[in-house]
Design a protein around this ligand. Structure first.
Ligand SMILES: Cc1ncc(COP(=O)(O)O)c(C=O)c1O
Length: 386
């Protein structure tokens, strides 16, 4: 054969692979089928978009963590939320969302779902479950919760909402990114769809995007998979490998980061510049009892209110931080801070806070060093408010 042909075929793929701790990263759009009959055997993987070894290993591991029958993977956390909604909703349906939902999810519902004939309403995160489900319009197909909310940390009694909704034939879903599928297991609490941004705690290293939606009802798993098939989403084997690697250390990271976060929250709680703390794992916090009942531990994302002061003083606080990076994400090994108030304007349910809000994500650094950093920043805040 000519070199032109030989170079297309040379370098055989081994029939059996050496066993390694992680799955093989198979890069492939084309899947070579063993014979003509298997080309149209839809029980086999016939195309790389369906996912290969690394994606399958990640799905299995997430299903084990979530106690799920199936887990669908999406290219980002937001794609998991929008994908799960598109998979179960149709024109004429009504969707109820917690008012404290992740803002881009809200944007999708207001701009895209409404355009496709799905009506949307927002509920107070603290609405009693009986009122919330009792007042759901007859067309309600799904109630989407996020507990705690990722900015102001309000919780819903998701277990009770799920129980009442099921009795009315309404599906429930939650954005469980704070619980990470580890601290809270939605499917075990009767919630139909457990969705999370794996980008955050599961990835854990601030360098990869992915989302998941898990279900224990085989019919819902089929709907999720059909949705992915119809929309053509795929995740890369390299990203799936990184996610699986993150998952291995998720419990250890969450345990350490959760404890670091509580230590810092306790310290902040007695500083004169701090007016209030929003962290459901703190004894005495408004939703502490719900957190204690349903969660097995604390994540490291929480918010606090400074004493009243202008945005310029909040910026002085943030700019004085040296160890906390200024960034919108969370769940990685490193500490981050943002100001919250500019994001609250779109909420329907207005809540009064005693001062400007700052959200912290606490990483794996030594908490004493982070406390020194915060002390410097609080000094800068005090100087700025005069
Ligand atoms: C609560 C919550 N859900 C979903 C997402 C979206 O995740 P991704 O950035 O992977 O799309 C985020 C991202 O910040 C989030 O905070």
């Amino acid at each position: 054969m000519d070199d032109k042909t030989r170079l297309i075929r040379a370098g055989a793929v081994p029939q059996t692979l050496a066993k390694t701790v992680g799955p093989p990263i198979q890069r492939g759009s084309t899947v070579l089928m063993p014979n003509a009959a298997s080309l149209y055997d839809w029980d086999q993987v016939t195309y790389g978009r369906q996912g290969l070894a690394a994606q399958a290993a990640l799905q299995d591991a997430l299903a084990a963590m979530e106690h799920a029958v199936g887990v669908a993977l999406y290219p980002s956390g937001l794609a998991a939320l929008t994908g799960a909604l598109l998979a179960v909703l149709k024109a004429g349906d009504h969707l109820m969302l917690v008012d404290t939902i992740y803002a881009p999810t809200r944007r999708f519902c207001d701009h895209v779902l409404k355009r496709f004939g799905v009506t949307v309403s927002y509920f107070d995160p603290h609405a009693p479950p009986e009122t919330l489900v009792g007042k759901a319009p007859p067309a309600t197909r799904l109630i989407l919760m996020e507990s705690p909310g990722s900015l102001t940390l309000e919780m819903q009694d998701m277990t009770r909402v799920a129980e009442l909704a099921r009795a009315r034939g309404i599906l429930t879903a939650c954005d469980n990114t704070w619980g990470a599928g580890y601290l809270f297991k939605p499917l075990q609490h009767g919630i139909d769809l457990s969705i999370q941004a794996l980008t955050k705690y599961v990835g854990g290293h601030s360098d990869v995007f992915m989302g998941s939606a898990a279900a224990s009802d085989p019919a819902l798993v089929r709907k999720l998979n059909d949705g992915i098939l119809h929309l053509g989403w795929a995740v890369s084997p390299d990203d799936a490998y990184l996610m699986l690697r993150g998952l291995r250390t998720l419990p250890a990271r969450l345990e350490r980061q959760g404890a670091n976060g509580l230590r810092i929250a306790d310290w902040l709680g007695v500083q004169p510049e701090v007016a209030a703390l929003y962290h459901p794992a703190l004894p005495g916090a408004p939703d502490h009892d719900l957190w204690k009942r349903d969660f097995s531990g604390a994540a490291s994302l929480f918010t606090f209110a400074l004493q009243p002061g202008p945005q310029a003083a909040v910026n002085a606080f943030l700019d004085a931080l040296e160890l906390f990076g200024l960034g919108f994400s969370w769940g990685g090994f490193e500490s981050l801070a943002i100001s919250v108030d500019p994001q609250l304007t779109q909420r329907r349910v207005k809540r009064a806070y005693p001062g400007p809000l700052v959200r912290l994500h606490v990483g794996l650094e030594a908490p004493d060093d982070l406390i020194d950093d915060l002390r410097r920043a609080l000094d800068a805040y005090r100087a700025a408010i005069g």
